[in-house]
Design a binder for this molecule. Structure first.
Ligand code: PLP
Length: 396
């Protein structure tokens, strides 16, 4: 295992935690598609339940295929342990429900994922866990909003879809000083491009539906952090709430992880080509992509991200109608939400992913009616550009 530590990211993404020798020589990990596990005798059952003996009991509480995925993502994020969930929102809600209580307060980045915003609104109303959304790209702003009951700093960087960055090292340090829990939703980057734990962040979570799965065929979530915290989350959220990942989904994600680094290198390369094309386009008002030298936080991007990634947003000149005309005419780019897939996906945040956010709030986040989000896929960049070009011809 010590030797594994010295190995590179791609090697660990392919091998960490699995031994074919222990599985009949099977190169690919088996799928343990079982709901329950048989005990040898009553004593063994008792010891498993009490925690005196390691081992599996029932798939809601853990299974070997899911455990392998958890161990592997923990290695890739540089964390002690991980917990897998049936969806990204399962992961988000688990972290909040397990670690906070009524009366607590969360500080979060503005323009957070629409589902997370909707969840925060629900727990505020029903469970009295308050939240404040702030522009954390301005580090000095953060301190102003800290209250005595602030328990968590919840970060998305880059913020989807406006791509604002948060300086993770600075915020992790501040969080330690304040004694709050720092959480990063690392979905848009993946552990290959950004490792928040290395920078002092406490908890990292993912919608594994996106880059980790990568192929648009699974809904899943992951959380990583310290062993004790992961145990708390597992007991509170998996055992009692039950947003469990299925063994088959874990197997798909293990397969996805094997190509994560090569996919993200190409996603980033393609996105850069498309960002350069959009930046000079006469019908584009504004472009948000951390790889462009014109990006306001270009230096921070270079500091904390290995590459700029595959996600970008742009504002079409002419507002809502212009955006609609563009989106209704693309052919290769698919009009769909989600991101991080092999297929290029295009969507309209104002009417889709961020439609639950009140309009004033949405505009404050920078999500205008003409904003279009593009998750650049692995097709040939020239073909994606040609597709956008023909669709732009329909924009007046
Ligand atoms: C998709 C997404 C989620 C929610 O994940 P699901 O797998 O759809 O439940 C959370 N955060 C971000 C940044 C996302 O993109």
């Amino acid at each position: 295992m010590d030797q594994k530590k010295k190995m590179g990211f791609s090697t660990q993404a392919i091998h960490a935690g699995y031994s074919s020798k222990e599985h009949y020589g099977s190169l690919t990990p088996p799928i343990f598609q079982t709901s329950t596990f048989v005990f040898n005798d009553v004593e063994e059952g008792r010891a498993r339940f009490s925690g005196e003996q390691e081992g599996y009991i029932y798939t809601r509480l853990g299974s070997p295929t899911v455990k392998l995925l958890e161990d592997r993502i923990a290695v890739l994020e540089g964390a002690e342990a991980a917990v897998a969930f049936g969806s990204g929102m399962g992961a988000v809600s688990a972290v909040i429900f397990s670690l906070l209580k009524s009366g607590d307060h969360i500080i979060a980045t503005d323009a957070i994922y629409g589902g997370t915003y909707s969840f925060f609104s629900m727990i505020k109303e029903k469970f009295d866990i308050d939240f404040t959304l702030i522009d954390m790209s301005n580090y000095e702003e953060i301190k102003k909003y800290i209250r005595p009951n602030t328990k968590m700093i919840y970060i998305e960087t880059p913020t989807n879809p406006t791509m604002k960055l948060v300086d993770l090292e600075k915020v992790a340090k501040l969080s330690k000083e304040l004694g709050t829990i720092s959480v990063v939703d690392n979905t848009v980057m993946s552990p290959y491009l950004q490792r928040p734990i290395d920078l002092g962040i406490d908890i990292v979570l993912h919608s594994a539906t996106k880059y980790i799965g990568g192929h648009g065929d699974v809904i899943a979530g992951l959380v990583v952090g310290r062993k004790e915290t992961m145990k708390t989350i597992k007991m509170a959220a998996l055992k009692n709430v039950g947003s469990v990942m299925s063994p088959f989904d874990a197997w798909l994600l293990l397969r996805g992880l094997k190509t994560l680094s090569v996919r993200l290198d190409r996603h980033s390369e393609n996105a850069m080509r498309i960002a350069e094309y959009l930046e000079q386009h006469p019908k584009v008002e504004k472009i948000y992509y951390p790889g462009l030298a014109s990006f306001p936080q270009y230096e921070l991007a270079k500091k904390q991200m290995k590459a700029p990634g595959g996600l970008l947003s742009f504002e079409v000149k002419g507002g809502l109608q212009a955006g609609i005309d563009l989106l209704n005419n693309v052919k290769i780019c698919k009009l769909a939400v989600s991101l991080g897939d092999i297929d290029t996906l295009i969507q309209h945040p104002a009417s889709m992913t961020h439609s639950t956010v009140p309009i004033e709030e949405r505009l404050k986040m920078g999500i205008t009616d003409g904003l279009v989000r593009l998750s650049v896929g692995l097709e040939d960049a020239n073909d994606i550009i040609a597709d956008l070009e023909q669709a732009f011809s329909f924009v007046k």
